[in-house]
Design a protein around this ligand. Structure first.
Ligand SMILES: NC(=O)c1ccc[n+]([C@@H]2O[C@H](COP(=O)([O-])OP(=O)(O)OC[C@H]3O[C@@H](n4cnc5c(N)ncnc54)[C@H](O)[C@@H]3O)[C@@H](O)[C@H]2O)c1
Length: 364
């Protein structure tokens, strides 16, 4: 067998376990090290997966200096994504960084600059991109069938779903649900229309649930948002309406929508209705008649059964490995996610400043 890819994991908390489980499925990958700033945490993590020969470190810098690596997974909390990713890129390593890309737009810009300078991969961990239905929706929109898309709306949100730990600590996570779940919503909505440039944003963010002991166990230490809404102007006169919640008194913030001049797509949110064949609907005029169609997870031979849903997390990690092995560009390039981070940064600042702000993206 050819030489195995040598991977290190930076930050050995919750999501590092999903990275490890994925890497361990692949015979051509070896996890040779882990680093965490909490003493003993990286060692315990490696031992948990039976990797007693892999080396543990208490800083990313020490791991990068002491091990011969091909790439790293950056699994630290949001506020240290940039420093760890840049350090690895500057050492000539390929980087798979967890979502959201960073805390600020300025950090994301620095990450992209570092990847350009080093010529190494910087890919951002949006595993829903590997979902079969997500790809079908993207393909329908990319086909041009819906005409010119002029309005996009995010949906979803959780009724009760405030996460714990670094997610609710502004010192570590930076923001709350607006960046945590928000980055997924933005990617779902805007990757499908090839990420038009964001121009302005007007946003509100609140914390009614995290600060209320009836809904959250530690309100004293909850210091991020748990709900936010934003009105975002994109280039080409496209409007993007963003909504996100970790908690609310409703089953959903509405449906995800793309409206075009010739048709529209809706992803129905809230509880699944077993009487409906799919959550995804397409609206068009056919021969002058208004027509509603369910988009099925079809394959060529059996439209109703459809292809089996794959393990999207493992698919994302595999794609990173294959990109390194095949010398391909980043599967989900930092350059593209810059606009995602620009919107998150804009929502955060607009909500703090309580006014519409202009999104200014430095050239790379
Ligand atoms: N893709 C997904 O499905 C998914 C799911 C959950 C979390 N995440 C993302 O993963 C990231 C981590 O989330 P988590 O739940 O694992 O958090 P966590 O707090 O459980 O783990 C983060 C770990 O990083 C360590 N760390 C922080 N800064 C470090 C540094 N400079 N060097 C080395 N170690 C450092 C911390 O000590 C901690 O052990 C977040 O950005 C989160 O948004 C992604």
């Amino acid at each position: 067998m050819t030489k195995k890819l040598r991977i290190g994991i930076i930050g050995t908390g919750g999501i590092a376990h999903a990275h490890m489980r994925a890497y361990q499925k692949f015979e051509d990958v070896s996890i040779v090290g882990g680093a965490d700033i909490i003493p003993g945490k990286a060692r315990a993590f490696l031992d948990e997966f039976g990797l007693c020969k892999a080396e543990a470190f208490e800083s990313a810098a020490a791991m990068i200096k002491n091990l011969e690596l091909d790439g790293v997974s950056v699994c630290t909390y949001n506020k240290t994504h940039a420093e760890c990713a840049i350090m690895a890129l500057e050492a000539g390593l390929h980087v798979q960084c967890e979502k959201p890309m960073s805390f600020t737009l300025a950090e994301a810009v620095d990450m992209v600059r570092a990847s350009r300078r080093s010529g190494k991969i910087l890919t951002i961990g949006f595993q829903p991109r590997y979902s079969h239905m997500r790809r079908k929706v993207d393909e329908i929109i990319a086909s041009g069938t819906l005409g010119e898309i002029y309005y996009v709306q995010s949906g979803g949100g959780r009724r009760r779903g405030i996460p714990a730990g670094s997610f609710v600590d502004a010192e570590k996570g930076g923001f709350g649900c607006l960046g945590d779940l928000g980055c997924y919503s933005i990617d779902e909505c805007l990757h499908a229309i090839k990420y038009p440039k964001p121009l302005t944003v007007s946003a509100v963010a609140t914390d009614h649930f995290g600060k209320n002991p009836q809904y959250w166990s530690d309100p004293e230490n909850f210091n991020v948002d748990d709900f936010s809404v934003a009105f975002v102007r994109l280039e080409n006169d496209i409007t993007f309406v963003f909504k996100q919640a970790w908690a609310m008194h409703a089953d959903s913030l509405g449906d995800t929508l793309w409206l075009g001049t010739k048709g529209g797509i809706k992803i129905c949110n809230g509880f699944e209705d077993p009487s409906k064949p799919s959550r995804v609907m397409c609206f068009m005029d056919v021969n002058g008649m208004q027509t509603d169609t369910y988009v099925l997870p079809s394959n060529m031979y059996d439209a109703y059964r459809g292809p089996a849903e794959i393990d999207i997390f493992a698919a994302k990690v595999r794609d990173f490995c294959d990109a390194i092995l095949e010398g391909r560009p980043a599967p989900i390039p930092g350059e593209e996610i810059l606009y995602n981070q620009a919107i998150i940064d804009g929502i955060y600042r607009s909500a703090k400043e309580k006014k519409e702000i202009v999104i200014d993206i430095p050239s790379i």
